[in-house]
Structures are given as C-alpha cells and as structure tokens.
Design a protein around this ligand. Structure first.
Ligand SMILES: *Cc1c(COP(=O)(O)O)cnc(C)c1O
Length: 361
C-alpha cells in the first residue's frame, strides 16, 4: 500500500479513492491558479460556484437525474433528514415506514415526533437479517409517502426490489449505498445520502427531491428546515460545506472516469462475492443476513463466540486491516467494502481470515 496506508473497512467516515486524495493534495495550496485552497475560498466566488455547478452536473450525469428533480447539498448529515423529511413531506400528517434495521428505526422515532407513523412491515422478528416482502402492503390512502432505508449499514441488508408503494411517493435513505449501483431516480420522490459512507467527508447530505414535493406553504417551519430554502438558494442559503462539496465533486468525476455506475456495480458485485464466497465456505465464520438480501457494501459476520470475535478484530488489526469490529448494537464483525475499497483489499482480508481460521481449528 502506498503512503503506509491501511485497508480501512470503516462503516463511515470511510475509505476514499486514492486518485481523488492525490488530486486534492495537489490542489491543496493553490487551487487551479486561484492562489488559495478551496477551504479558504468565499462560497460566493466564481471559482467556487463553478465547483458546485460541476459537482451537481456530474452527479446528474452519473445517476441520470431528470430535470424535474432538484439536487440539494445540505448540512446536518443524514440524521437531520430523519426530521426534515416528515416536516416537509407530511401534508396529511401520516407516513408509512418499513423497519429493516437500526437506521430505519431511528428515522421512525424522529418521524413519530412530527406525525403518525404506520410501520407497514418489519424484520424485527429475525433481528433485521432480511428485507420483508413489500409487494402487497396495507398502505393507507392518505399516507404522504413510503419510507425505506435502502441499505442498512449496521445490519447489512439491502433492498434489491423496491416496495410496491401503490402510487405513493417513495422516500429512500441511500447513505451507505449511494452511487454503488445504477438507480432509476424516477422511481423515487426523494433520495438522500449522508456522503461520508460512499462519497466524501462527513457533514453533508445530498438530497434529490422531485420538484413538486417542495412546498412553499411551510412558513411556520424554521427557514433552514424547509427544502424550499435550499432549493431556491442553490444550496447556498448560508455557507455550505464547501470542502465536502469539493471532495464529493472529485469523486463524482472519478466515478464517471471509470465507467459510471454500471462499472462500479460490476466491481462491487465482484468484491462482495469474494467476501460472501469465503463466508459461505468457512466453518468458523458465518454471514448473518439471508443470501438474497445481503448488502454489497456492509458485510456483517460472526464466529458465534464473542471472545473469538474480539480475537479476530485484534488479529486483523495487527495484520493491517482496520475497523472490522461490528457495530456495538449487534456485535460480531463487519467489513464495509464501499466503492473505494479496492478488490485487492477484500482479497487480502479474506486471506487473513483464512489464516486465522486455519490457526483456530
Ligand atoms: C450513517 C448513516 C446515517 C447517519 O448519517 P450522519 O451523516 O452521521 O447523520 C443515516 N442513515 C444511514 C443508512 C447511515 O448509514
């Protein structure tokens, strides 16, 4: 590994593409003849406006975002969206949520503070190890939207088939799978993603929202919490997270350069296969999620013995693999293998786990 870097399997903030970090390094002291670093620049300057415009355009190109959608860069991470979404989209005061793990649970708890939440399906019965069948849900006529967390970062489950919303607006938290595979934006009313999992530095969320869902009758809502504020001001109502926009823009360009989301998806499938093939063949380690709903981004696994799990974490760390401890709420191990994790990193990890297994027969 260059620069003495380690393979970092953190769930977020997470590993970034090395060519992007190198470009940022090269532009650090003097961004393209501007005489300053991007973090020193006025967000009202022409040179920064170009950075924002290009970031948005590159994201639109990557995802094929239709013209009737706004792209917003907002602060407060993905977490603020747990509140902003019900505050802005609950017209009738009612929404349907699907509970598939820790992050949808958090979103449900916040939405309940705003209006009525109907949990139409849940995988709680099996400790969030699968995605429930959502082909024929009981969805109240007056529900304002149906909400999913499309990739549960902690529990490692992914939606491979979107729920049948029966004509209702679909809202999706894509934080930990954003830009990992092609996405048909028109299937959604709103997509959002905290960027520190798959795209850039922490502290910013990308919101892709259908224009007709942006309301102008919410004048009682604090101005910063209205989507309209951010949409009208081109994401610059106040000083945005300039640094995150700049870094994310670089990642968007990088993804375009390697062939876009189809190419990324192919590579992600190959990487995940290395991991899951190993787990399926192992006598010591087991994946925790049913095969058809396994995440390509976050791979939770266990030995079935807490002390041994802790030993694995220490063993892999000593071998140069960072952040394999499972989330404190579920324990065990978790390898987050986002877009920027190279296939060689996953292969090297599997070799290390095989070695551990051989030594612990
Ligand atoms: C990390 C994460 C969040 C929270 O993101 P913050 O930017 O820390 O607020 C929300 N949803 C999912 C699916 C996540 O992985």
């Amino acid at each position: 590994m260059k620069y003495g870097r380690t393979y970092n399997f953190s769930a977020g903030p997470a590993t970034m593409p090395e060519p992007v970090l190198e470009e940022i390094r090269d532009e650090m002291m003097n961004y393209r003849g501007s005489g300053m670093c991007v973090m020193e620049m006025s967000h009202r300057s022409k040179v920064f406006q170009q950075i924002v415009d290009e970031a948005e355009q590159d994201l639109r190109d990557l995802m094929g975002i239709p013209d009737n959608y706004k792209v917003l860069f907002i602060q407060g991470g993905a977490t603020l969206q747990f509140s902003m979404i019900p505050m802005n989209l609950m017209k009738n005061g009612k929404a349907v949520y699907i509970e598939t793990g820790a992050w949808s649970k958090k979103a449900i708890a916040e939405a309940k503070k705003v209006g009525e939440v109907v949990v139409a399906a849940s995988s709680k019965d099996k400790n969030y190890t699968y995605v429930p069948d959502c082909s024929d849900l009981d969805i109240p006529e007056d529900a304002d939207y149906v909400y999913i967390c499309e990739n549960e970062t902690i529990h490692g489950v992914t939606w491979n088939k979107l729920p049948n919303t029966k004509g209702h607006v679909l809202v999706s938290d894509q934080s930990s799978m954003f830009l990992s595979r092609p996405c048909n934006v028109s299937d959604y009313g709103l997509i959002y993603a905290g960027v520190q999992k798959n795209v850039g530095p922490a502290g910013m969320v990308v919101v892709i929202i259908r224009k007709d869902l942006i309301r102008d009758d919410l004048t009682q809502l604090p101005v910063y919490l209205q989507f309209k504020t951010h949409a009208d001001a081109g994401s610059m109502y106040n000083t945005p997270n300039c640094w995150a926009i700049y870094c994310c823009g670089k990642v968007f360009k990088y993804l375009k350069s390697i062939g876009g989301l189809e190419a990324m998806d192919k590579l992600n499938q190959e990487k995940a296969k290395v991991m899951y093939d190993f787990l399926d063949g192992s006598k010591l380690f087991q994946g925790t999620v049913v095969p058809q709903d396994r995440s390509l981004m976050n791979v939770p696994f266990v030995t079935g013995d807490k002390d041994l799990d802790a030993e694995v974490v220490a063993y892999t760390k000593a071998a140069g693999f960072e952040n394999l401890k499972g989330h404190k709420s579920v324990g065990g191990l978790r390898a987050s293998i986002y877009n920027a994790m190279p296939k060689e990193g996953v292969e090297a990890l599997v070799e290390c786990l095989k070695k551990f297994e051989a030594e612990h027969k």
